[in-house]
Design a protein around this ligand. Structure first.
Ligand SMILES: [Zn+2]
Length: 243
């Protein structure tokens, strides 16, 4: 057995079979994210990468009781389609994929599934999980990992007092702590990009988020925020397993 590997897609069928036979696997975390624009400096995968990171670290805390299911790397991102590179699923397709993954896990005997979300646009999935749970007869819960942060904590740690925001101080700090290779400041010239943002509601916020990221993001605060989310998700999963 691979020591402390909890990511399902990294395991072999033998590993999974043996853990199940020994009754070791009690629950699964399914990360949901997006592939979408994250301003001028952050990689498209940010929401997927951050949800998967939180899920992975949380599952390691609970090893060997919890596995991480393969992250859903494309989410509901119609609102960002004006930015090239964004990929989007129609909500019904996104829900259907999530359901099928939960059903697959159930068929292998996993009865507690926590969906660890990293993209605000996927929020409507939260309204589906009660039905998923009822249909499959198992315990499925959904939450974005930033539900771990109280308003007081955000006010204390974030100079912009805004979280999650979009590709702003929080997400950029998280990336600097967890996967700094996804932060690309070199060559960024926001003014020269001459963005002609169509979304009226988002147009005034894009430069604010950009400045929040550029002027206030640090790996240090990203580390603190990531660790709080990891503990919160581990705790949530633990409660589900024990219920
Ligand atoms: Zn994001």
């Amino acid at each position: 057995m691979i020591v402390e590997e909890v990511r399902l897609w990294k395991l072999t069928r033998r590993h999974v079979r043996e853990r199940l036979e020994q009754g070791l696997i009690k629950g699964a975390i399914l990360p949901t994210g997006s592939t979408e624009q994250h301003n001028e400096h952050l990689a498209m995968e940010h929401d997927t990468a951050s949800a998967a990171y939180v899920a992975h670290q949380a599952a390691l805390q609970l090893y060997p009781q919890v596995v991480v299911a393969t992250p859903m790397a494309v989410g509901i991102s119609e609102h960002w389609m004006e930015f090239p590179g964004t990929l989007s699923l129609r909500p019904e397709n996104f829900f259907a994929v999530a359901y099928d993954i939960c059903e697959s896990l159930k068929r292998h005997g996993i009865e507690h599934i926590f969906i660890c979300n990293g993209h605000a646009g996927n929020g409507p999935l939260g309204n589906q999980v009660e039905e998923f749970s009822a249909k499959l007869g198992i315990d499925i819960q959904f939450s974005s990992y930033w539900a771990a942060y109280s308003k007081d904590l955000v006010d204390e740690l974030m100079a912009t007092k805004d979280c999650p925001a979009h590709a702003a101080e929080f997400e950029t700090s998280f990336a600097m702590a967890a996967f700094p290779e996804n932060v690309h400041w070199k060559g960024v010239d926001y003014e020269a990009a001459n963005l002609d943002i169509q979304s009226e509601s988002y147009r005034p916020r894009d430069p604010v988020y950009f400045e929040g990221a550029r002027d206030h993001a640090t790996g240090k605060k990203g580390r603190v925020m990531a660790d709080i989310a990891i503990d919160w998700v581990a705790n949530k999963m633990q409660e589900m397993i024990e219920s």
